[in-house]
Structures are given as C-alpha cells and as structure tokens.
Design a protein. Sequence first.
Length: 225
Amino acid sequence: MFSSTPKAAPHACARFGQRLRVSNHPLVQHMLVRLRDQTTPPAEFRRMVRGITNLLAVEATAHWPTEPTQVTTPLAETIAQALVDQVAIVPILRAGLGMADALLELLPDAQVWHVGLFRDEQTLQPTEYYNKLPRSLACRRVLVVDPMLATGGSAVRTCRLLIERGVDPSAVQFLSLIAAPEGVERLLSEFSDLHLCIAALDERINDVGFIVPGLGDAGDRQFHT
Ligand code: PRP
C-alpha cells in the first residue's frame, strides 16, 4: 500500500529508508487530484484533506501495540484488542486543523496540543503565535500534522518545542499531505528517530517558498481566505 521510495526526486530522500513513507494507495492518489486542482471548492478540499489523512493514519499507526480487553457484546463476553498508548495529536495551525479533525474521528480519546505558527512571507521563517502544549507531555504516541512540508521550518520548530518539553523523539510521527524534498531533508536530518508519512513528495519549493506543483496554500484553501 505504501512505498518508502518517493516517486519524485527519488535520489533526494531515499537515504531515509523506512523513516519516510510515501503513499501510493490509489485512493490517496485519486483524492490528491481533487486536492491539487485549483478549481476544487473549500468544502470539497476539506473533505479531501480528511480522506487522505484517514488513509495516512491507517499506515502510520499500523505498528502501534494493542492489548487484550474484555468486552461484553449483546451475545457474549469476549476479548478484543485495544490500543495501549495514550495519543496526542499536534496540529500546526492553522492548516493542520483539518487533519486533526480527521484523526480525532479515528482516535477520539486523543489529546490535542495546538501549536500556532505562521511563515513570514519574506524570510520564510516560522513565527510562533500560539502554544497550548499542556504541562505534562506524557503521551507515548504523538502525531504532528500539517498538510504542507515546504522548507521544513515550521515542522522543525514544532518538533523542537515538543522535544525541549520532554517528549521522547521516538514517540513523534509527522503526517503531511504534500512535501518538498528540502523539507523532508531538513526534518528527518534534524530528528534521527522521527518518522514521516506523506501522501506525495513533490519536485521542489519555488523562490517564494511554495511547493511545486503542490496545491497552493492549504490554510487558505481550507478556510476560504
Ligand atoms: C504553511 C503550512 C505549513 C508551513 C509550511 O502554513 O501549512 O505550516 O506553511 O512551510 P515551511 O515548511 O516552509 O515552514 P502558513 O504559514 O501559510 O500558515 P497557515 O497554516 O495559517 O496557512
């Protein structure tokens, strides 16, 4: 279902091996068509964000441990498998919100730790404007979500915030819809335990910091701004 070998620029990120997973699932590819299309309206765009995130989440969580749990059905008592670890979802505002909504449907007991960053249009450096990390960051599974991984500045800043506050780097998984090789390089080079799961690895970022071919601005397209 997933390939660790990116389709675009395979030379650039192949060295990260299994730490980089690029979906080649046909449903993901199909939804990416609508996500990229400049004529796709915001409501459909948001649906595509949720749909692709669901499929990425299935892959990203496939190795998570479960434990036997007793449950009583209308007919009998039985043993079923439940997730072991407490989960936190970290949406990078604002574009990460749509992905977080999708994950919460799958993981309704997850904590949500909001981090607000925006990129300066000139310098492309992230500026932190909101930080709702709780006092205790004790979750064993931390899913950071942002649809776009361009220069990697926002992703790196967010992961640093988490790790500086005591999150185990090996607990962090980053989910993104479209990534540029530059951002993948930067994120996976800085955090040697981190795993990244994406729907597409695009060609490059342009001179104003947009992923090409990309989809434009995922925040603007979700929130119609
Ligand atoms: C976009 C995107 C990422 C960031 C990616 O957010 O959602 O957070 O830029 O760029 P980088 O990898 O070069 O840091 P933006 O700053 O446009 O804010 P928004 O989510 O509010 O639209």
